[in-house]
Design a protein around this ligand. Sequence first.
Ligand code: PHE
Length: 430
Amino acid sequence: MALAGSAVGLGNLWRFPYLVGQHGGAAFILIYLGCVIFLALPIMLSEFIIGRKAQANAITAFKKLAPGTGWYLTGVMGILTAILIFSFYSVVGGWGIKYLVDACTLKFVPQAQDSFADAFSNFTADAAAPVVYHLIFLALTVGIVVLGVKKGIEKFAKIMMPVLFVLVIVIAVRAISLPGARAGLDYLFKPDFSKVSSKTFLAALGQSFFSLSLGMGTIITYSSYAKRDESVIRDSVYTSFFDTIFAIIAGCAIIPAVFAFGLSPHEGPGLLFVTLPYIFASMPLGSAAAILFFISLLLAALTSSISIIEVAVAFFVEHFNMKRGKAVALCSVVLAVMGTLCSLSLGAVPQISLFGKSLFDLFDYVTSNVLMTIGSILVVVFVGWKLGKKVIKEELSNNGTLHIPDWVLNMFSFLIRYVSPAAVLAIMIF
Ligand code: PHE
């Protein structure tokens, strides 16, 4: 459940639809599915093998399994990646809180329709409000991690996750039945390969890593807490399957509405927040649906943000023997500043940019498309070539207690030794 909580989050609801919009729809989705099955899934299993074998955080795990080598730097990179991801993730989480407040104050009603288009850009261009919301999101994450109200949020998430799932389906049904939604469905399901370029592949690949929390230590950290009799194959397959279904349905909820309301699919990171108010305003009990939706979106985001921060916290606690509270405090100071810079870079202080991208866009781009990608290559090479088949077999079969057919083992080894590193590297280079 915790792993699914980490995987399902803003990546599915916010990031996937905006990438589908930007990268031409159906063809992107097909490439994404290929990336999940042939690349991301084996990478997830590899991280599981490292984490559960070593039973330690992302850096110590490599030190334990390959003592005296430089492999631990993979973990160091993972922690840095986690900090960069959290910086923009918590800004988007803050937008979710702002929209929850708007939903509660009945802003998403037909009478207000004229203001929807500009509301998002006006909000993000403001200096103070988005920063305050980001800090609230950070405080919520930190509060959960420090106070150890994990049990509470787990219970709450167990109820709200299915609620979110049902709501996204309801919203998708509403969106698909809107007049003019047909063009959106065509966009989603009729692939146009003429628009596919190497950028489409990189975006799909990076998104599969982002959505499944790969290549930066989250899976290693979480699986270090997993029991020895847990089936890692089952956990990985379920998580990937559920996460992917969630993303596709989110796409079906957003893209048809984008076309029905004459919005642009190329909107970028604002797509979800620009589109949703129109959908809620057009549906019966829209405000109630909006409130429920944003509460559950927030919970989905929190169960992911906890797993991002945990990568760094686990390291500080285990390596420096730091108290959990102190480790979290240290992280939160850094994250508060970085998130604030990301938020300001979107409008209030556009000078906070590098390589022609705002800091927000840069972090969003670089983490999935470069850092998690390199991290993933290192992980599969480590498991495939350094740990080798014996360890793979032990971990996948729980020391021989589960029957794993030889062809599964051989295929997995082949995938992680040759296919994954070569394919991921090729996509990056092109
Ligand atoms: N997978 C999460 C989501 O889709 C984001 C995430 C990335 C979580 C990396 C942990 C590590 O929202």
